[in-house]
Write a protein that binds this ligand. Structure first.
Ligand code: Z5A
Length: 208
């Protein structure tokens, strides 16, 4: 595959939505026309699965069901969107991917890393992001930012300890995969976060 696969990750209120468009525009200014997509979602089937996963009325979903639905949506997303784009040499910019599974289902829900790794291997067959931008923010600060939004979804209803585990699991992923991870201090004002993102992207593009 000759394209390039970039993912953006972060916990509650880290500013993914606010920064994803910045990353897209930065890449476009540098001659790339990324396919912008998201998880869970990115296909019509995936978006239907997303609606099930986020609906706060679905409070009987077991942890295993949640995990399997994430990977079901991902399998479809890889087949319909991500692999074809990469095979055509396109760049793909994805709002969350499997690192979110390690963070939320692994860290947050407590599912063993090995079980997630089995599904990752099965569904992705070795495909992983080339670059992962982790927007890291202290949980309390992130929740304050996110709190300014509308009705909380099924994940946003979790307790602070859940989000602390999510953050710790993301940082653990960053330690495991330093070659593809860049951790951005998302507690800064938006212009400073975007300055950091621009520096990371400039350095990364220069290496390619
Ligand atoms: N999930 C999972 O469990 N397992 C998986 O494998 C995958 C996903 C793939 C939906 O994801 C849920 O799916 C997610 C994890 C789970 N659970 N939750 N929650 P999502 O990515 O669609 O949902 P999200 O986390 O709510 O993302 P978001 O909409 O991008 O939110 P955000 O990161 O908080 O970003 P924001 O809306 O841009 O920022 C929040 C507020 O802060 C907003 O008012 C901004 O104006 C403000 N903001 C942003 N940056 C700043 C700075 N720097 N300073 C001041 N204020 C700021």
């Amino acid at each position: 595959m000759s394209g390039c696969f970039i993912t953006v990750e972060g916990g509650e209120g880290a500013g993914k939505s606010s920064n994803l468009d910045f990353v897209r525009r930065y890449l476009e200014r540098h001659g790339k026309q990324p396919v912008v997509t998201r998880e869970p979602g990115g296909t019509s089937l995936g978006e239907a699965i997303r609606a099930l996963l986020l609906d706060h009325r679905n409070n009987k979903i077991t942890d295993d069901t949640e995990l399997l639905l994430m990977f079901a949506a991902r399998a479809q997303h890889l087949a319909e969107v991500i692999r074809p784009a990469l095979e055509q040499g396109r760049w793909v910019l994805c709002d969350r991917f499997t690192d979110a599974t390690y963070a939320y289902q692994g860290g947050g829900r407590g599912i063993a890393r090995e079980r997630i790794a089995q599904l990752e291997k099965w569904v992705q067959q070795g495909l992983e992001p080339d670059l992962t931008l982790l927007l890291d923010i202290p949980v309390q600060q992130g929740l304050q930012r996110a709190g300014q939004r509308s009705i909380p979804d099924r994940f946003e209803r979790e307790q602070i300890a859940f989000f602390e585990r999510v953050r710790a699991a993301y940082l653990e992923q960053a330690r495991r995969y330093p070659e593809r991870y860049r951790v951005i201090d998302a507690s800064q004002p938006l212009d400073k976060v975007q300055q950091s993102l621009a520096e990371v992207l400039a350095e990364w593009l220069a290496q390619r």
